[in-house]
Design a protein around this ligand. Structure first.
Ligand code: C5P
Ligand code: ZN
Length: 427
């Protein structure tokens, strides 16, 4: 059976179900999935509730069992957890590596069984919703936003969903400069932060470059964004960028351009929209995030994005003031850095500082969140070895990996970390 037929078959599971509990992941993909399923179940006239979580715990399974819904749908989560204690009927719409730890009461819809690698949780949720009712095709932008949040490529089934979004007129596709922040950042910042001109690597060099081609950076005292440029100005900018690259010996300019996915009604690119959804999750504003996903406005997006950037700034300042960075840095931030931000902070440090490896720890309720980043070591292997010793869960890849380890193992964990380096643990 093809994957899509399997998805379509799975929708029969809703028959006769009155109350459905949606359990979804807290990232952009998970919030998009929850939004898609909420809208679809609403259309079906079902009663439902939404629960957003960071992970599946025994307590969560107990909560579901006690609540006893007619069906629980796990979206963008569930496949790689042990659900064998789940007593109610369950449906998994997930793309994480399947473990198949559940009984006959659970049906799993996972593209991984079909070697479909591009789909995200929201992609699977969208296909499910589309089969329920074609009117749900307007939710296609969320299928894409989740995929982008999970850095899935716009190929295969994702491209199909993107075409749905374009055909519905929700997303406008165009070839454009490969730049993030076209509606949120000032022009000169966009240019140098996106590194499309390697010799323009500071605000001042970027300002100089743009002044050289007569592009006004401000209007009425406010910074203009790339979206504010007229067509003529944009053409001027593109040719100046290519000319500058040619002067610097570049022969291939493919990286300068990308497919732009714009949501005209929102006045933002899907990439930016997805970043805002991610920000809602990181700021623990889960349910506001789901609401925003279904009814986004630029005003709310900008407010959350600002809050998110301010949090990052605050935690980066704490790092700079309290941690002596070295080639191998271990940071035990405890409650000083929110566990949702420790990964982002570690990524920023490794990118901008002379640090080879950074291991960040942050308190996360009854767990310790670990984020590991390295220019040399295999962080996936490293975090998995910690989980083998102390329990918990881990994932990620060579350069960037993370884990959550029970707080009860704190002292042993710190001892273990001390052993792998002579550098004392920074507090
Ligand atoms: O959380 P952090 O930003 O450190 O995660 C780095 C990478 O590891 C991400 O790709 C994340 O999805 C993955 N990860 C995971 N399972 C975890 C923690 C992180 O797959 N428990
Ligand atoms: Zn996902």
């Amino acid at each position: 059976m093809e994957f899509i037929d399997f998805v379509n078959n799975a929708s029969k599971i809703l028959n006769g179900k009155n109350y459905i509990k949606i359990v979804s992941h807290y990232d952009a993909d998970g919030l998009s999935s929850a939004a898609i399923l909420s809208a679809a179940l609403e259309r079906e006239g079902k009663m439902f509730s939404v629960r957003i979580v960071k992970r599946v715990s025994n307590e969560l399974i107990e909560e579901i069992n006690n609540e006893n819904p007619d069906l629980v749908i796990f979206s963008d989560i569930g496949a790689s957890y042990d659900l064998s204690n789940l007593k109610v009927q369950g449906l998994i719409l997930d793309h994480h590596k399947p473990k198949k730890l559940y009984g006959d009461n659970v049906l799993e819809v996972n593209p991984m069984y079909y070697n479909i690698e591009e789909l995200s949780g929201s992609g699977v949720s969208y296909l499910f919703a589309k089969n329920l009712n074609r009117m749900n095709m307007y939710l296609s932008y969320l299928g894409i936003a989740g995929a982008i949040g999970d850095i899935r490529p716009m190929v295969g089934m994702n491209y199909m969903i993107l075409c749905d979004a374009e055909n519905m007129g929700i997303v406008k596709l165009s070839k454009s400069l490969n730049i993030f922040g076209t509606s949120t950042r000032s022009i000169h910042k966009s240019i140098y932060l996106n590194e499309i001109l390697p010799n323009i690597n500071s605000e001042s060099s970027s300002v100089q470059f743009l002044s050289g081609i007569d592009i006004d950076l401000k209007k009425d005292g406010k910074w203009r964004t790339l979206d504010d440029l007229t067509e003529d100005e944009m053409r001027k900018l593109v040719s100046a960028i290519i000319e500058e690259r040619i002067r610097n010996g570049f022969t291939n300019h493919d990286d300068v351009f990308a497919m732009r996915m714009r949501i005209p009604k929102l006045g933002m690119d899907i990439n930016e929209f997805s970043t805002v959804l991610n920000a809602f999750g990181r700021l623990d504003k889960y349910y506001e995030g789901v609401k925003f996903a279904l009814n986004p406005t630029k005003k709310v997006a900008m407010k959350i994005y600002k809050e998110y950037r301010m949090s990052i700034g605050k935690y980066m300042r704490w790092m700079r003031q309290n941690v002596e960075l070295s080639d191998f840095t271990i940071v035990d931030a405890r409650d000083n850095i929110n566990p949702n931000f420790i990964g982002i902070v570690c990524s920023m440090i490794i990118k901008s500082e002379n640090v080879g490896t950074i291991i960040g720890l942050s308190n996360d309720g009854d767990m310790i969140k670990i984020s590991a980043r390295s220019k040399f070591g295999d962080m996936s292997k490293f975090v998995n070895s910690l989980v083998d010793k102390f329990g918990g869960e881990a994932g990620g890849h060579m350069e960037a990996a993370g884990a959550s380890i029970p707080m009860s193992k704190r002292e042993e964990l710190l001892d273990e970390l001390k052993k792998i380096s002579s550098i004392p643990i920074k507090k």
